[in-house]
Write a protein that binds this ligand. Structure first.
Ligand SMILES: Cc1cc2nc3c(=O)[nH]c(=O)nc-3n(C[C@H](O)[C@H](O)[C@H](O)COP(=O)(O)OP(=O)(O)OC[C@H]3O[C@@H](n4cnc5c(N)ncnc54)[C@H](O)[C@@H]3O)c2cc1C
Ligand SMILES: *[C@@H]1O[C@H](CO)[C@@H](O)[C@H](O)[C@H]1NC(C)=O
Ligand SMILES: *[C@@H]1O[C@H](CO)[C@@H](O)[C@H](O)[C@H]1NC(C)=O
Ligand SMILES: *[C@@H]1O[C@H](CO)[C@@H](O)[C@H](O)[C@H]1NC(C)=O
Ligand SMILES: *[C@@H]1O[C@H](CO)[C@@H](O)[C@H](O)[C@H]1NC(C)=O
Ligand SMILES: *[C@@H]1O[C@H](CO)[C@@H](O)[C@H](O)[C@H]1NC(C)=O
Ligand SMILES: *[C@@H]1O[C@H](CO)[C@@H](O)[C@H](O)[C@H]1NC(C)=O
Length: 489
């Protein structure tokens, strides 16, 4: 395995380009830049790796760590200034406490435990039932408290048994979307979640679906495939109670990614984006031009591992063929905003959950956040807001503050003077999140065509679009599918 083998610097201004071929084996590509694009004709250095990983969120960071363990050299291209995707932590200087926002809890799977153990980072158990801490339900569109219809434990248990039985029909959803090429028109997978729930009398589980699927606004209209995929997923919730939930014992879910970032050093190209690719899989030689803060870097790799959401916004810079473009154009992107609010007057141990007063499943009405969760910092509550339509940071801040005002106006939050101190101290945008496609495409052979891209033109794929949301799912997909494909590179 080889790492950075050379760095050739150009004299700024003379436009000359030094030949920078430095392959282990003879370079099958021409030294000249065939495209002649200005952006890529002035690469300041060339680096050679086994695998270029596009995106340094959960999938990309985990894959980088595991591939290095396997003796491969990797370089990670990440547009943010840090690795870890939605795993954010905020250190509050006011009272010296750290609070997560974005990713909160993980399923306690072997792969998750192994990742944490590798970096000596402690995990602690999370009681997702809230440990008896107060939770208030309210409709955030009006601010009014809502009496949630509660089902008995017996009803919920019996409904689970029925759902488990249904799930056994879909073993191919265990860790990927390994759907048959032809799906019968009357398949439950093509029903909307709404129709699926009614057909199988799953109403007692609705609040649970509401919690799990709130990442998809208006989830009732989603094809039931996505509900089943989430429930069946490799690391999927084991409702019989065998799965425990964990998080970083230091209340800092970003820590493991900082460890990976430290390990990668200069092999993590942060604040960087891909400008262009030239893929020649049959020769195990791919060229990628990366815009980094210090100039354009030309990367030669045997394979590309794509972990960014595979939408045209991210993939349009690739040398795409029609087969690839057709798939990437089909995804429906979604937005998530997440952050922390300080001095909301919500009691430190209390969560407020958004539910719809007048919606079929008491699902939230948009726009609206999912709720406010306590953090280890008594002054801070975390929130997540999702939408299909893009919102700006300013709009989102306004929405959150207006929501808190309504909840205060209705008395759900004690009406002290919040306007002076109330503050959103952290806010982050995740767009192209939770990708889905229309049921017509599912009924066609969309997921077969998606999976056909695995390995196509020297490009391998990981990330949530190929499995489902959830850190543990994405990591499991890496273990089961991505790493084996890269083992012999
Ligand atoms: C608000 C929120 C809360 C969540 N809470 C939880 C939770 O509690 N528990 C849980 O298990 N999961 C949670 N998730 C889901 C979890 O974060 C995702 O399932 C997981 O991150 C998906 O991994 P991924 O690698 O596919 O994508 P990501 O982790 O999102 O990684 C994609 C990476 O690609 C980068 N990127 C995107 N576009 C480009 C580009 N053009 N160029 C370069 N880089 C790019 C992004 O910056 C990001 O770092 C949450 C997600 C969100 C948004
Ligand atoms: C590329 O560079 C040439 C000469 O430096 C310039 O004339 C041309 O406009 C540039 N093209 C683009 C697309 O920037
Ligand atoms: C080319 O390199 C110069 C000097 O590093 C830089 O100023 C310029 O922006 C680069 N051009 C492009 C298109 O990246
Ligand atoms: C902040 O907290 C950390 C650990 O929780 C502690 O080690 C540190 O001394 C504290 N700093 C201050 C200024 O109190
Ligand atoms: C995670 O699960 C394992 C195996 O079931 C268990 O031994 C361990 O205590 C759990 N860890 C936490 C932090 O809950
Ligand atoms: C729900 O419907 C009732 C009756 O139409 C109405 O009074 C109430 O304002 C609605 N609540 C919300 C939050 O829309
Ligand atoms: C490409 O790599 C594979 C192993 O991943 C190897 O079998 C094959 O011979 C290589 N092809 C070339 C042209 O080097």
């Amino acid at each position: 395995m080889i790492n950075i083998v050379s760095a050739f610097f150009l004299a700024v201004g003379n436009g000359a380009r030094l030949p920078v071929t430095c392959w282990e084996t003879p370079d099958p590509l021409s030294v000249d830049n065939p495209g002649g694009e200005n952006a890529t004709s002035n690469a300041t250095s060339t680096i050679v790796h086994d695998v270029l990983i596009y995106g340094g969120g959960v999938s990309g960071s985990h894959a980088a760590s595991r591939l290095r363990e396997m003796g491969k050299s990797v370089v990670v291209v990440e547009m943010e200034g840090r690795l870890g995707g939605a795993a954010h932590a905020f250190h509050d200087p006011v009272n010296n406490k750290t609070a997560n926002y974005g990713v909160q809890i993980l399923w306690n799977t072997t792969a998750v435990r192994n990742l944490y153990a590798h970096y000596n980072i402690p995990l602690t158990t999370v009681d997702i039932a809230g440990g008896g801490r107060p939770n208030i339900y309210a409709d955030f569109s009006s601010g009014e408290p809502v009496q949630l219809h509660l089902y008995s434990g017996t009803e919920i248990q019996a409904t689970f048994v029925r759902l488990f039985k249904l799930e056994t029909q879909y073993p191919f959803l265990k860790d990927s979307y390994d759907l048959p090429r032809t799906i019968p028109q009357d398949s439950d997978l093509l029903l909307s979640v709404d129709e699926f729930v009614q057909k199988h009398d799953l109403q007692p589980l609705i609040q649970l679906f509401n919690q799990f699927l709130q990442q998809w606004p208006e989830f009732r209209t989603l094809p039931a495939l996505y509900l089943l995929k989430y429930m069946i997923g490799a690391a999927g919730p084991d409702i019989l109670g065998k799965t425990t939930w964990v998080h970083n014992a230091n209340n800092d879910n970003g820590e493991v990614f900082r460890s990976i970032q430290t390990e990668l050093g200069t092999d993590a190209l942060l604040s960087s984006t891909i400008l262009r690719t030239e893929r020649m899989a049959e020769q195990n030689a791919t060229r990628v031009w990366v815009q980094t803060p210090t100039g354009v870097v030309e990367v030669h790799a045997k394979r590309i591992l794509v972990t960014v959401p595979p939408v045209m916004e991210n993939m349009g810079v690739f040398d795409l063929d029609a087969q690839e473009e057709d798939v990437f154009r089909s995804f429906r992107p979604m937005n998530a905003w997440t952050g922390l609010v300080r001095n909301s007057n919500i009691p430190a141990d209390t969560s407020i959950t958004n539910v719809g007063a007048n919606t079929t499943f008491q699902e939230i009405q948009l726009p609206g956040s999912q709720g406010y969760q306590p953090t280890p910092d008594p002054l801070l509550h975390s929130w997540v807001y999702t939408s299909y339509d893009p919102a700006t940071e300013q709009e989102t801040r306004r929405l959150v503050l207006a929501e808190l005002e309504r909840l205060t106006g209705s008395g759900v939050i004690a009406a002290e003077d919040i306007t002076n101190n109330l503050e959103i101290v952290a806010i982050k945008h995740h767009h192209n999140y939770a990708l889905t496609v229309l049921k017509e495409l599912i009924a066609g052979d969309f997921y077969s065509r998606l999976n056909d891209l695995q390995g196509h033109r020297g490009t391998v794929y990981g990330g949530a679009a190929f499995t489902t949301q959830g850190t543990a799912n994405v990591i499991q997909y890496n273990e089961n599918h991505v790493l084996p494909m890269l083992a012999s590179v």
